[in-house]
Design a protein. Sequence first.
Length: 312
Amino acid sequence: MSRYATIDIGSNSLRFLAVESCADSLYYLDSGIWTVRLAEGMGKGKYEIKEKALERTMAALEEVCHRLDRLSVSLKRRLLFTTESFRSSLNVSDAMGFIEERAGLKVRILEGWEEAFYSFKGALLGTGLSDPLVFDLGGGSLEISDGKKGFSLPMGALRVKNLFGEDEEAIKGYVRSGLKGLFEKPSRRESAKSFIGVGGTSSAAVMILEKIAVNSYHPSKVHGSMVKVDDIRNLILALKNMKPEERKSVAGLEPSRSDIIVSGLCVIEALLEFFGASCYFHSECDLLWGLAAEMVESREAKKLYDVVWRCE
């Protein structure tokens, strides 16, 4: 059995996943998330990564490396990658050099279609679903994939918050406009038999709906949960009517996510309405899992089918 880790430097959060490969399954070992706001100030087009944001990111990355050391995950089995936070950056070379030098790992920048593909690959692990449509809502972008084609749109939770605040109609109009350019034919809309959602906003929605305290989070508690479009609508209404401090105390919602949760939920609601979907299934197996599976399958020459939730 070998251990692997994937580390995602996102626009809003830095996340990691540690797994163990055994037979045709990936065994969950550990994971974590830190709000670093690497892409603070991101709007339409390019932006510049700020020095303080890089320092926050490195502080989180150093903690990740310590945890992976304790789990005996070797450097050669760690994948450090980034997505929209670097794709849209004006000073990407400087930021990458800073991180690589201090982390001792090369940074892989995923293209939008790769992000969509690996999110799809991860989301399907252990689901048994056929022909789903998978969406991955991050801080900087939204990825959509049916397994054959993948798309990346500049409408992540942090980005739309910076662009539109919590203006529901403006956010939903922006999302609809982007989707119409990709899914003009009705057959494309109707091709998905089921929806799977991944990403921080989706996970937070389930945590709030199930009233799971942040400090008692475990991926197995939220993985596979069904979320109705009516649930999303009710959450938006409830959260918008709260004062900032009230919102920070909502069970299941990380205080650091409280200022972008409504914008993220509006993106999900607009997406579901566009496809005429009444619900979706949340998966904790996402981009991190898809890339971990890719590493294992390529290095061990085998196919993975399942996930086993286990903590050490």
